[in-house]
Design a protein around this ligand. Sequence first.
Ligand SMILES: Cc1ncc(COP(=O)(O)O)c(C=O)c1O
Length: 328
Amino acid sequence: MPIISSPEEFNEDGLYVDLRSIFGHSLALKCEGFNFAGSVKLKAALEMVEAAEQDGRLRPGAFLVESSSGNLGVALSVIAASRGYRFLCVTDSRCNLTTRLLMEALGARVQIITEPDPVGGLLGARVNFIKELCADDDRYVWLNQYTNANAWKAHYRRTAPSIARQFPNLDVLFVGAGTTGTLMGCARWFKQRRPSVRIVAIDPVGSVSFGASPARRMIPGLGMNMRPPLLDPSFVDEVIYIEEADTIRTCHRLARHGFLFGGSTGTVVSGAMSWLAAHDGDDLTAVAIAPDFGERYLDTVYQTNWVADLYGADVVQSDELAADSQLA
Ligand SMILES: Cc1ncc(COP(=O)(O)O)c(C=O)c1O
């Protein structure tokens, strides 16, 4: 029985959902949302904070500042509250209301940027805001999740070895690419220790991370509008691109079976299933990483009007038809 006194001490690392009965291919989905920050980002946040504490950059009373559209902001809010730091999350108008309220409930301040930088867009404007803040006031400490190697080291130290322990015969690992911290930590560990494991990255259509063309993306978590500084593609065997409409369909299908996952999980599962179908993957041991759960996406991914307005009524209808056929 774990008994804890700080929220960051708990993280369930050993729970997987077998998706064979839902999608027809065996895939073990590693649930990273069972902690007090509700997402995989707790690990990266903790590693970055502890490294900054150890190197003396982060001292009692410091003011953390970070750019995040969601989960890292929540994770840093949890850690800052637990360790007595103040925290300012710089986000933009795409940050959903629940996430903002969560951060504020945890005592963080939230700065919403509404004017995109002409070159760097909203992300660029967020980063500019932080740079100016840190230049004017040296109490601010910016961990910078986009360039901080401790973000991938968290997954090198924790996520990958934990998967390898549970699945000693792993053949293929599917990981979504955001800042690529999760991807690079896992990919580096497996390429060094179990090089036969195939590392498949999943990226949304419209993300430029691996050199594809930019396009509108509305689901937070995966994809970038710039090349992720942490990314080293030499550790990645393949990249699969997924349309957001397929992300939504996959999320809804999981939810119809009682598994309410976040948007990025829909993307990763959709990519994994198309890869397994194309590779006759029935005898393979396959794992995918589910970064968070679905409550934060009730007013987007799981809201009929939002889905119909952005992706068309057929995405909603295909979902209703699937539900009807289950009842028939
Ligand atoms: C929901 C969700 N999925 C996936 C990711 C991607 O993780 P990473 O930044 O390690 O690539 C994030 C990152 O914030 C996220 O919030």
